[in-house]
Design a protein around this ligand. Sequence first.
Ligand code: NDP
Length: 383
Amino acid sequence: MRSISILGATGSIGASTLDLIRREKDQWRVVALTANSNAAELAKLAREFSAEIAIVADEAQLPALRDALGGSQVETGGGLVALNEAAARPADITIAAIVGCAGLAPTMAAIENGGTIGLANKESLVSAGEVLMASVVKHGATLLPVDSEHNAIFQCLAGNKLSQVRWITLTASGGPFRDWTHEQLALATPAQAVKHPNWDMGAKISVDSATMFNKGLELIEAYHLFPVGLDKIRIIVHPQSIVHSMVEYRDGSTLAQLGPSDMRVPIASTLAWPLRMDTPCEPLDLAAIGTLTFRAPDEDRFPATKLARQAAEAGGATPAVLNAANEIAVAAFLAGHTGFTRIAAHVETVLTRYTPPPPASLDDVYAVDAEARVHARALLELV
Ligand code: NDP
């Protein structure tokens, strides 16, 4: 029997992870399940999986969580300290699936415990890349990428050496607006942006996918996870989302990982690593799919990947500023406060207005993140 904690259990990645665990319930012991404010769903999951502890980050929801778990054996907690303490509880694997930089502190708590972390929360790695990776080494933790592209690269690198890599190619679906004109993009609505053609995901990552910031964040994520140098990491648009990423070696061999557009595949690969486990996903029917197409990204209509590459090149605090500004702009777009094409424009402006020195510690990263949010909100006139 193995033990697992899921940070962000009520979200899309959390649900996909629990779907796999549910199918092998006798093989898993659930330690911690966490949410932000969805106490009702968290309590339901905590009861179903007999979790040791359930945590809501939003402390105001703790009474509701306690009520909903009344009479059960599940411990409860609320607030950020409780969240970090729960994340630090020993587990064979911790799935880091909180959305946004809010996932950084609990992910770091799990890393500092020296455990195995299945990382979906890409924003942590973007904001605190150097600090986080140094902590992984210092505490002997194992970081397994859950993001489908990085999980694909991880699989393609197995048994090979990074020094032999010529290219890492991240594939991008291009999102729901990949064929839209500038004029159409300017009028895109939140409802259209969250309707991804291939993947069923949370709202924030769906918008990121539509702007291509998702691929930009993934570029920075790949840069930290697979240190081959930024100049060897490129992006290609692949609308079918069947090839999840590729690694080309110096001899001209390209290894790719293919699979259905279902996050349960990379999650299963992470949960079972270094073995494999069954999933309920449909087998890949390439004859039915017929055609796989690829094209270069259009950074004129979707400048996010260019901004992310520049931020990664600049290094230091710049990726954290990019991430924070994007989180604020996406939330503003989803709330109807700004337009779709303004998201990248806002991020670019914040990057030029706020240029803090490189963070040396986690506290520095939090400070940069907080200050970048202030700048982003002021620019959007949200304050
Ligand atoms: P969702 O929005 O579906 O879920 C987010 C989870 O995080 C929920 O459990 C939510 O709780 C919790 N949460 C939100 N805000 C906070 C906070 N401030 N403090 C603590 N917990 C919080 O997101 P996804 O599952 O789509 O994405 C999660 C992460 O995985 C993201 O970083 C995303 O980029 C990454 N990812 C997602 C993929 C996908 O297919 N969805 C694919 C690859 C990567 P509550 O329900 O209470 O709000």
